[in-house]
Design a protein around this ligand. Sequence first.
Ligand code: NAD
Ligand code: GLY
Length: 367
Amino acid sequence: MVYKIRVSLDNNSYDIHIYNKLSSNISISTIFSKKNNSVIITNDTIKNIILKKKYIYINNIIRNVPFFIIKDGECYKNLQVVEDIIHFLLNKSYGRDVTLIALGGGVIGDITGFVASIYQRGVNFIQIPTTLLAQVDASIGGKTGVNHKLGKNMIGSFWQPKGVFIDINFLSTLPRKHILSGMAEIIKYAIIFDKEFFVWLEKNLLKVLNLQEEELLFCIKKCCELKTRVIENDEKENDVRVFLNLGHSFAHAIETYTGYGKWLHGYAVSAGIIMSAYLSVQLNLLNKYDFFRIVKIFYNAGLPIKGPKQMLPDDYILLMLRDKKVLNRTMRLVIPISIGRVQLVSSVKESILLNSIQQCQKQIYKF
Ligand code: NAD
Ligand code: GLY
């Protein structure tokens, strides 16, 4: 292990372990030697990669642990699959002492955590994130849940894992588009909290995307530390945790509108952050120089800088009114006010919002 980060939440505290290319085999074995009564939740893609291809060490370790395999895809992050997992656990007579192990990306982590939070009123779970997005964001902080056809992540709970084990070796088989998707969340952290990190990313973007170990580890550690600080101050999103949703009101609308899985989460976040940044320019809160730096970093990474062509401004508004941040039917949006600082705004005039979305769609930025 190269880093250990403590998430201090009284009785719900846990460690995030980060492993480099050399240390991993020792680490994962420690989880399984202690947990006899475990069930791994994963999908076929991941199981096949692990069992048939690269990760001989984990293959040997997990061979004797029961698996429950779900289908691969965001569209399977739903209540039917929750029911299927619960049926499996009950059918095999697993009790409250079972530990669920989420082995996979954010989809597996979110659904496993949700099942862990409701199975027999709550059982332990462990996160072994295998995508960049899950390693820098989804596996940390205990947000669990599934999608509803009317809205993304609309059913869920806060349920902290007992530990997070991040092994960068997994990323070597991850398709490039999913590396990019994770990169969008990394850039998100920099825009919200840390200008210095943003400048570092501007210089080191390609090294991270090419999975160069030193830069990759730096990035993962940085994001885990930033997120941990937020979670420790506001576990249940009553305050600062809301900032982590930068661009997400737009992004979730895109994901729901297009059908889950058509637009990767990070791709939608990229387009969503740009829309929120442009709105901020329109509200005279963000200067246009910072706006263009934000557009440029996503563009340089190879991420989308506008939403799906077919989606109209009204389509966004309709879906954004179902966002979890809506209070008293009033939309609340997180927008950047400079690089490294964000603000929560409410009561934005619908005409300004519609116009901002429209300008972003056409990429005609009028200042
Ligand atoms: P994902 O879980 O769908 O994984 C992406 C793809 O990569 C899948 O096809 C998966 O099978 C494959 N895969 C996973 N690991 C692999 C590996 N090592 N090698 C090859 N292929 C591999 O997507 P994701 O981007 O990890 O997660 C997106 C989900 O995370 C969304 O549902 C989003 O809402 C959620 N999310 C949750 C939080 C949170 O705080 N809970 C935060 C951000 C995002
Ligand atoms: N990804 C947003 C959060 O964990 O709060």
